[in-house]
Write a protein that binds this ligand. Structure first.
Ligand SMILES: Cc1ncc(COP(=O)(O)O)c(C=O)c1O
Length: 388
């Protein structure tokens, strides 16, 4: 049997290594405090669960769901976007439901790249962005994100021969894992660059609501109101704590939405209608739980940053996301995977190694704030013992 060459770059996965380390620590009797995944521990809003529960006995929700059947959800997504950003969106041609935003960003390269084309990606960055490019037979050009450049890519540094073959650029702010934010002015620069170079500009936007200071994070479509080249990916996983339900959507250029829909038509019939009913209720109902979720993450952020500072580990206080991006002590500066595997083995505290987000993430570790402050405090106490 032969496995395709395009899976070659997907062979190594530090998250799989971490998973094994966690399982071994658990088997050895360690109590795990898992801060390695951005999977929220908070419940979805009650009106969302009610909408799903009410759908269950309804036989109209039990069949395959073709595109027309997703209309109420698409309308809710378009309205949500219009209310938030003040730009009109056509729910028929400019919105596409997704089985989580990862599914959408993972499939997009199949819709826009020919084999050998380059995609310009942020590194460190979300692993499925590169994964999707490899599945489409594309090449990845890594735009390094450096602290001294506020974790924003420098477009002028991209070599001309790469640009000549580039078809896609993927941005994502507020950024996982660095927690950096981007301004509308930066997005305007990105749109102009994409237009000049004939690139599709994708913006992965899961942390749209999870910001703690300043003005709301901008949408890429505010910088490209005519939707000339842009497509944006939203998810219900973070704002509404619905990660396990797998629901998200894309909004943007109608040609891109149509192309992505064609890819998806080969792969899926959308998810269960009851889930889309719950998601529509989330988008169009009270947003009070979103505010409460943000407040919860703010408290956890402050508690964790303070606890780390008490043990002499100074980290920046993030303005957004549900993560802490921490520069490792010098002894671990070139081995974030070693730090994370030994930390979980010896203390039960699981974190995500920076190298898992690409080479430029080496020397860092990402903590997801998915536990209450007292558990986070316990985690830091164990980290202090480990470092000592
Ligand atoms: C940048 C980014 N994109 C996508 C996802 C996954 O979102 P979803 O649950 O909608 O697939 C995450 C989850 O952590 C993320 O950080």
């Amino acid at each position: 049997m032969q496995i395709s060459d395009r899976l070659q770059p997907l062979q190594t996965n530090v998250f799989a290594d971490m998973d094994r380390a966690k399982a071994a620590a658990r088997a050895a009797g360690r109590e795990i405090i898992d801060l390695s995944l951005g999977s929220a521990d908070l419940p979805p809003p009650p009106h969302v669960l009610n909408a799903i529960t009410e759908s269950l006995p309804d036989s109209q929700t039990h069949g395959y769901l073709l595109f027309h059947g997703t209309q109420p959800f698409r309308q809710a997504a378009a309205q949500w976007y219009q209310q938030k950003f003040g730009l009109a969106v056509d729910p028929e041609t400019e919105v596409l439901p997704l089985i989580g935003s990862q599914e959408g960003t993972g499939h997009l390269p199949l819709a826009v790249l020919n084999p050998g084309d380059f995609a310009l990606l942020l590194v460190p960055g979300y692993p499925s962005h590169a994964g999707g490019v490899y599945l489409a037979g594309g090449q990845v050009y890594r735009m390094p994100l450096l602290a001294e450049q506020n974790y924003l890519p420098v477009f002028a540094d991209i070599p001309a021969q790469v640009l000549a073959q580039a078809k896609l650029m993927v941005l994502s702010y507020p950024h996982n894992p660095t927690t950096a934010t981007a301004s509308l002015a930066f997005f305007q620069q990105a749109v102009e660059f994409a237009q000049q170079q004939g690139l599709v500009l994708a913006h992965d936007f899961p942390y749209v609501d999870l910001y703690f200071a300043g003005s709301p994070p901008p949408s890429i479509l505010q910088a490209d109101p005519e939707k000339t080249c842009s497509i944006e990916f939203f998810t219900l996983s973070k704002s509404y704590n619905m990660g396990g339900f797998r629901v998200g959507y894309a909004i943007g250029n109608a040609q891109l939405i149509r192309a992505l829909r064609q890819v998806k038509a080969v792969v899926d019939f959308n998810q269960y209608l009851g889930i889309l009913n719950g998601a529509a209720a989330a988008l169009s109902g009270s947003q009070a739980t979103v505010t409460a979720t943000v407040e919860t993450f703010r408290q956890r952020r402050d508690a964790f940053v303070e606890a780390l500072s008490q043990i002499g580990w100074a980290v920046p206080t993030p303005e957004a996301t549900m993560y802490i991006w921490a520069k490792l002590p010098q002894a671990w500066a070139t081995d974030s995977l070693g730090f994370c595997t030994q930390l979980v083995e010896q203390t039960g505290v699981a974190a995500a190694p920076g190298s898992g987000f690409g080479k430029a993430g080496e020397g860092y570790v990402r903590f997801a704030l998915v536990h209450e402050p007292q558990i986070l405090q316990q985690a830091v106490t164990r980290i202090a013992e480990f470092l000592a």
